[in-house]
Design a protein around this ligand. Structure first.
Ligand SMILES: [Zn+2]
Length: 306
């Protein structure tokens, strides 16, 4: 039941109309009594609702496989739209890719990652002077070259990468969609009502990884996890676990003087003084060493970017 239901609402907004048609025809053309449809909807809705929890205990109407499928969908859009997302070619930029992929693999050795084995965990670099990075559901992470250059140290970049990994690992995008639409989505879609809402959700899903702003709580959680992950891996690479603060502070300061709308990252990751305090609090609680920034190492790699 869960499978059919999930496939229905999720495939409805994109490609693969096969499943979509199948569902529609079996419910509407076979003259099933309306009362049964309502009853089935309630049963399906509730069973999905109560059986779908993340490993961290949050209710999420999407399955782990949905997270991966949504991320894959967004990833294929990015790969197939080079005018909008010009990917940095691997050839000639091997060192840069080794740098970011090595960083990701190091962070993923943290024992605090829930979906280390289930998710895809892949990082792509978009060759544009844009100050943004984002995580799509399922472990798809993206960095713009402008963003890599904006970081001043390897520890800052590792902090942001760990933060993005945390957004994916805590399934913040689909948690957010669950909160935004919740029961309303389940019922109106299952009953075939409100097609405009479907279109709206479709838009959100298609762009979910890159434009859906996270809540402040999501930011706190991603920050806390970032500090934890970096602390966990200090025996492999002695990153300063709080270096992300340098990054956000600089971005915050610059956004005040350069109000040109180029600070998309701040819109999707609302930043304030409480976050900074939260980061230092977590770090103190963990009692982890200060670590290093690795400024020269970062600058050496960044100088090779086109
Ligand atoms: Zn964030």
């Amino acid at each position: 039941m869960k499978y059919i239901y999930v496939k229905f609402f999720f495939l409805n907004e994109k490609i693969e109309p096969k499943y979509y048609n199948y569902y529609i025809f079996t419910t509407q053309k076979n003259n099933i009594d309306m009362k049964n449809i309502v009853l089935a909807s309630i049963l399906i809705g509730f069973s999905v609702f109560f059986s779908s929890c993340s490993k961290d205990g949050k209710i999420n109407v999407f399955s782990v496989q949905d997270d991966i499928a949504l991320g894959a969908q967004l990833d294929s859009t990015i790969v197939n739209t080079p005018q909008e997302y010009p990917l940095l070619p691997r050839k000639g930029n091997e060192e840069v890719y080794n740098y970011v992929e090595g960083m990701m693999n190091t962070i993923l050795t943290s024992e605090n990652i829930n979906y280390k084995d289930e998710f895809v965990w892949q990082v792509r670099i978009i060759n544009q002077d844009v100050l943004n990075a984002f995580a799509a559901p399922g472990g798809y992470i993206y960095f713009y070259t402008g963003f890599l250059k904006y970081a001043e140290s390897e520890a800052e970049l590792a902090g942001v990468m760990a933060h993005e990994i945390a957004h994916a690992d805590h399934r913040h995008s689909t948690n957010r969609l669950t909160k935004l639409y919740g029961f309303q989505m389940l019922f109106s879609i299952l009953l075939g009502k409100n097609p405009s809402q479907l279109a709206q959700i479709a838009g959100q899903l298609a762009m979910g990884g890159s434009s859906l702003a996270f809540s402040r709580n999501d930011e706190y959680e991603a920050d806390a996890s970032s500090v934890k992950y970096l602390t966990d891996v200090q025996n492999m690479r002695n990153y300063e676990p709080t270096a992300i603060v340098d990054f956000f502070d600089r971005m915050q300061d610059d956004s005040l003087t350069q109000a040109d709308g180029s600070f998309e990252f701040l819109r999707t990751h609302p930043y304030d003084a409480n976050r900074k305090e939260n980061i230092y609090d977590i770090w103190e609680d963990l009692g982890s060493p200060e670590g290093e920034k690795f400024i020269a190492e970062h600058q050496a790699i960044i100088s090779k970017l086109p």
